[in-house]
Design a protein around this ligand. Structure first.
Ligand SMILES: NC(=O)c1ccc[n+]([C@@H]2O[C@H](COP(=O)([O-])OP(=O)(O)OC[C@H]3O[C@@H](n4cnc5c(N)ncnc54)[C@H](OP(=O)(O)O)[C@@H]3O)[C@@H](O)[C@H]2O)c1
Length: 418
């Protein structure tokens, strides 16, 4: 059935009561591929909230790299995970701001009408890890809107009550929807996993990207010096604006990137270029970095291990350029370096990080706000690396700037790019 996209910003029911159906961007297994093909708008039944669940009317959604992966069905199709087998569809979207519309049995902290942002970690209440170790250690742990369906690219989304955070009052809907996934991930990587300290030095790959804009701000707030790597001088200016001491345009060192299958001579040349890059980083920071913030993976990882200081730490949460990593391990053991994996954040960390946004100590960095009909196009732009900072999608909000109920500086606007 054709869905009337002109009415997506209005719903027929009041908080407390759900309409029968909603418009949603849906990926189905048979059309996995380029985002512009994989995502299609469909009319879907609005789900009822189960125990400790909440249905939120989505006012704005945030675009993340995970649903580029979901569109392609790579490295694995999402359809084998979470609740996908039960529903047979993937409604993506792992960031949102919105209004609580209906609460399920057992929910006491939130009520219809509350304005919220949503963090994207889901776990079963019954897993013991949730009650002592860390929800991120639970066997049931899943990323909402990626490993589960009922994400935010729809008029309504179904989440666990523990995913809700108060919406920062000074932010518009699109600003509030833009930061959660990448910011909370960067927060755990730096604050929890490598215990970032004032006075430390940090190298940040993709510093103008979704994770990087927050890693850069967290370094500045903590009193750590950061150098950001970017692929254009325009992106570099943004990174400096966010508090980095400087940036490196990676095109100057394109020979350092690991492609895989290099011959010994090619590897020698690549290594030489990595060394030159490391030297530049050291000159800019005054010393080698204590921490390297990694998510690029295959192309950059050998350089990360080489560049980080003796006893330093490489913290990694992703692998945009490939997940089979190889590097010269002698630089790891002889210099007693550490590699730490990190994945999203727990609800406690999300609440701490969100408070910094409420206090405007960390600010969202918004590149573009796009209408609901552009969900597929937004993912295509991200796939082609034509974006910087974050992209938000208007769903219930009719226009930009709606939803602010207090004064404050709002998002930093990233003004360059495609
Ligand atoms: N595990 C988790 O919880 C988690 C959370 C968030 C993201 N991630 C993953 O982390 C990765 C980055 O996410 P993001 O939201 O920051 O994406 P993003 O907005 O696309 O930013 C990534 C940046 O990496 C740089 N980059 C891309 N390909 C590169 C290459 N071949 N060599 C060097 N730099 C490259 C680009 O910057 P320049 O072109 O300017 O250098 C880009 O801006 C994705 O793979 C994502 O799936 C994981």
């Amino acid at each position: 059935m054709a869905v009337d996209l002109s009415s997506v910003s209005s719903v027929d029911t009041e908080p407390g009561e759900l309409p029968a159906t909603m418009a949603a961007w849906v990926i189905r297994q048979e059309r996995e591929g380029e985002p512009t093909e994989a995502f299609q708008v469909e009319e879907i039944e609005v789900p009822e909230p189960g125990a400790f669940e909440v249905i939120v009317r989505v006012m704005a959604a945030g675009v993340n790299f995970n649903n580029v992966w979901a569109a392609f069905g790579k490295p694995v199709s999402v359809f084998g995970y979470g609740d996908h087998p039960e529903y047979g569809h993937h409604i993506g979207g792992s960031d949102a701001s919105g209004v609580v519309w209906k609460v399920g049995p057992g929910v006491t902290r939130w009520k219809p009408g509350d304005e919220v942002v949503i963090h994207c970690n889901q776990t079963s209440y019954e897993d013991p890890e949730v009650h002592g170790l860390d929800p991120m250690a639970a066997p049931s742990q899943k990323i909402w809107g990626y490993e589960t369906t009922w994400g935010s690219f729809a008029q309504f989304t179904k989440v666990q009550a523990q995913q809700l955070l108060p919406k920062p009052k000074h932010l518009a809907w699109e600003e509030a929807a833009s930061y959660g996934l990448t910011y909370f991930t960067a927060y755990r990587m730096l604050v929890r996993r490598v215990n970032l300290q004032a006075g430390q030095k940090v190298l940040i790959w993709g510093a103008a990207g979704g994770l990087g804009v927050f890693a850069t701000q967290l370094c500045k707030l903590t009193g750590a010096d950061a150098v950001g790597v970017v692929s254009s001088d325009e992106k570099g200016k943004l990174v400096e604006q966010l508090g980095a001491v400087g940036y490196i345009n990676r095109n100057e060192f394109s020979g350092m990137m690991r492609k895989g299958g290099e011959s010994p001579d090619e590897e020698k040349a690549r290594f030489k270029e990595s060394r030159a890059f490391s030297k530049r980083v050291k000159e800019m920071l005054g010393d080698a970095p204590d921490i390297v913030f990694e998510h690029v993976g295959k192309a950059t990882f050998p350089t990360s291990v080489l560049t980080v200081k003796t006893f330093g730490k490489v913290v990694i949460c992703g692998a945009t350029s490939g997940y089979q990593l190889d590097f010269d391990v002698r630089y790891l053991w002889m210099r007693q370096k550490e590699i730490l994996g990190s994945h999203f954040a727990n609800a406690w960390e999300c609440n701490l990080a969100n408070a910094l946004i409420e206090e405007s100590k960390i600010r969202p960095v918004l590149w573009k706000t796009m209408p609901f009909e552009d969900v597929a196009n937004a993912h295509q732009l991200m796939h082609e690396n034509k974006h910087l900072g974050k992209i938000a999608i208007l769903v219930g909000a009719e226009g930009e700037g709606e939803g602010k109920t207090a004064e404050g500086p709002g998002a930093i606007r990233a003004e360059v790019g495609a």
